[in-house]
Design a protein around this ligand. Structure first.
Ligand SMILES: Cc1ncc(COP(=O)(O)O)c(C=O)c1O
Length: 455
């Protein structure tokens, strides 16, 4: 008797690990889906690259046409652990099977408390803290203002030039840039005052005087225009995100904190974009040795589920009476499960260290690009939050068209790249912190070529 041997299973072709395009971008399926979207979705939602995503693999987004796109956006600084981290997916699935919602103000669940404990432990300072969970970054910023007002009994809020804090009425008011964020949406909230930002590249008195002069202007505003006894809080991003990845001049943040302390004002750090390892430290304030009274977080706190928080001094946080803060979905249990899995990954994999490795690879290449391309006026950032500012050659005049052209070329070649900045002339790099360095290198090759093609 002969035994038939089963035919060998066909060997699947090796799947490319990195960037790989099989159509032009957007491909035909994305184009069809985009046409449908235009018939049903409000026009007010813009889009950077109109491709529809099928699934994610680490730092790669795979679209519905099968294109593999390198993600230098992380869904705007959200998916630091990747957009499909198995640990996060499992935690979400488990929690969704237990229960999806109770409303923490109706009946309790331990996930909320455990996220609060983790935030109290991880945020700067070893003083006694409390946390409050919300859903979006803007909502958390609004609540930080409410808490600061409740604690101080004062109305005024000081924010900075180039600030971005969100799109709700209060946070839109706190945001600096008119179009597209504020134009046509007024009138705005009252008692919001704007001070200069110590933006080294554009400080009129020169980068080395930026901190001192910006602090002097802030103090004058607080003392003479508002009255220090009327100021509840100063809210600042430790690296300004949407405003252009502006790393404040050294000493500025500490000066703001000291000024606030002198006048009984609370210092609120908006770490929504900078938090959870993105800048090479768990929180960007740590680079300046600053311990804020309140820290606002969101984005990378989960692997992409909506969750945001205010964490801070126990006496400040507890100034609000029960019922004064909250929300139906605030601290949703599925989001809390995702946050706990994400935090565990960030700590276990030491993702702040990965951010520093990303900086070590990318920053010298960006600095070299600044030497070779007259369109690159400044390179800056920390960790995996890096940027190129584009200018008209030989000047510091912002060149948004150059930034847009470079970003468009990168996007067309499968390197998802965002612009930002008050003048729209900054390209920002926000890769997932888990990006393999060879994949990042490939993306930087594309970015370099696209920049050197400018004329
Ligand atoms: C610094 C900062 N604050 C606040 C927000 C608003 O967060 P959300 O879009 O979740 O409301 C953002 C969003 O980009 C941000 O970068």
């Amino acid at each position: 008797m002969t035994t038939a041997t089963a035919p060998a299973a066909p060997v699947a072709p090796a799947r490319p690990a990195g960037r790989h395009l099989v159509t032009s971008l957007p491909g035909p399926r994305s184009l069809a889906l985009h046409a449908a979207r235009e018939q049903s979705v409000a026009r007010g939602f813009g889009v950077v690259l109109p491709v529809f995503i099928d699934h994610a693999e680490g730092a790669i987004l795979v679209d519905v046409d099968g294109n593999r796109i390198i993600d230098l956006a992380s869904g705007i600084a959200v998916t630091s652990v990747g957009a499909a981290a198995p640990e996060v997916a499992a935690a979400v699935a488990d929690q969704a099977q237990q229960f999806t919602h109770t409303c923490f103000m109706v009946t309790e669940y331990d996930g909320f408390t455990r996220v609060a404990e983790a935030l109290n432990r991880l945020t700067p300072g070893d003083h006694e803290k409390r946390s409050a969970l919300f859903t979006t970054g803007a909502e958390a910023v609004e609540n930080a203002v409410k808490i600061a007002r409740a604690h101080t009994g004062r109305p005024a809020v000081v924010v900075l030039d180039h600030a971005y804090h969100g799109r709700t009425l209060m946070t839109m008011t706190m945001t600096a840039k008119n179009a597209p964020y504020k134009d046509g949406f007024g009138p705005f909230a009252s008692e919001v005052y704007r001070a200069p930002s110590a933006y080294p590249y554009r400080w009129p008195g020169g980068a080395e005087r930026a901190a001192e002069q910006a602090l002097a202007a802030l103090e004058e505003m607080v003392l003479t225009q508002i009255g220090a006894h009327r100021v509840a809080c100063i809210v600042a991003e430790p690296i300004q995100g949407e405003g252009g990845f502006i790393v404040p001049a050294p000493g500025y943040l500490r000066g703001v904190q000291e000024l606030a302390e002198r006048h009984g004002i609370l210092f609120v750090a908006d770490e929504i974009q900078t938090g959870f390892g993105r800048t090479g430290a768990m929180f960007a304030c740590e680079h300046e040795g600053v311990v804020p009274d309140l820290v606002v977080t969101a984005k990378a706190l989960t692997g992409g589920l909506p969750l945001a928080a205010v964490t801070g001094r126990a006496d400040v946080m507890d100034a609000v009476a029960p019922g004064g803060i909250g929300g139906t979905y605030a601290g949703n249990p599925v989001s809390c499960a995702a946050a706990l899995a994400t935090i565990e990954l960030i700590e276990r994999e030491d993702l702040p260290r990965r951010a520093r490795e990303i900086e070590a690879l990318a920053m010298p290449r960006l600095a070299e690009l600044q030497q070779t391309s007259p369109f690159v006026g400044d390179v800056r950032g920390r960790g995996a939050m890096l940027a190129l500012e584009f200018v008209t050659p030989g000047t510091t005049t912002p060149d948004p068209d150059a930034a847009k052209a470079v970003a468009a070329r990168c996007n067309a070649q499968g390197v998802l790249t965002l612009t930002c900045g008050t003048f729209g002339n900054v390209i920002r790099l926000l890769p997932p912190l888990v990006i393999p360095l060879p994949v990042l290198s490939d993306a930087l090759d594309v970015l370099e070529r696209a920049t050197l093609e400018l004329s």
